[in-house]
Design a protein around this ligand. Sequence first.
Ligand code: NAD
Ligand code: LMR
Length: 341
Amino acid sequence: MFSRLVKPAKTSFIKSCAKNFRTSSYENAKVAVCGASGGIGQPLSLLLKESSLVTELSLYDIVHTPGVAADLSHINTVARVKGFVGPDQIRDALKGAEVIIIPAGVPRKPGMTRDDLFNTNASIVRDIAQAAAEVAPKALVGIISNPVNSTVPIASEVFQKAGVYDPNRIFGVSTLDVVRANAFIAEAKGLDPAKVNVPVIGGHSGVTIIPLISQAEPKVDFPKDQLKALTERIQEAGTEVVKAKAGAGSATLSMAYAGARFAFALCRALKGESNIVECAYVRSNVTEAKYFSTPLLLGPNGIQKNLGLGKLSDYETELLKAAIPELKKNIAKGEEFVNKK
Ligand code: NAD
Ligand code: LMR
């Protein structure tokens, strides 16, 4: 299904990002998916099962995981698949996991913002983070559940309270924003989407999503009005899918693709592969916001180096200014949720 690994030489950011979706034949990682029976969880688990980067695949949900695991376990790839269902089994599911990906929680319906999901999803992420902090404190954790701008601070506070917080190991998965930016820019310029890379910084909702089209590889230029329209489409792409699905949820298949790309990047970095770069929403001192997405060089212990903002255009500087107050509010809401208890 996906091309085999070509041994990487010194790679550029774009080569590194493309590489993160290829599978190899020599890796070895235990990966857990929390929310594995859902719209994202099932296709994500399929992509993980298909990859020989993963040798153990642990599927956790509050429903249906025995069936999902039985189904996937019949695929003739190396990963051993086990299903775990309900809170009594979450610690067994996560024990020994090196990578934990969390797409658990409710999705949006038309008319809702991601923040409208907070009341339901905050406690789901808190409880999964609590179990992870107890039995897999060294895992690299990728949080997909919305609102990502708040769920990452929630998980981080839980790890902090448990005394095992390492800011280099907790990530908000914003890969879908990069995937979308690449697709839309490639479409506008008639380029091969697999060969385009647009860093997307900030957070994962509306104005906090900041595509850095001025830093796109290959370099692209747009008139002002087209640049604004493309930027706004990337910022509102999640809503475009929510509207199109008309009450049946939000992006699942593209998110599974993006989630798998990010999980593979973590697996590769864990095993010591060099030049693994992905954007993700992490604890950061790059801006005034305590959590912020930027390109990250990944290594065996998570973030090896935060690659920062790079040079922003005037337009992107304005977008950044608009994002910071919203991000600060979302972050404070997540932190208060954990600390008021
Ligand atoms: P879904 O409803 O199809 O699936 C969610 C799954 O989570 C279900 O199987 C459900 O049983 C499970 N679940 C609920 N409570 C749980 C708990 N306490 N422990 C474990 N599992 C639990 O939803 P979906 O479409 O897969 O979306 C999941 C989340 O991902 C939503 O919050 C959505 O907004 C978010 N999302 C994020 C991005 C992103 O870019 N970060 C993209 C798309 C969707
Ligand atoms: C997305 O960007 O598709 C997700 O965050 C889901 C949503 O609610 O838009």
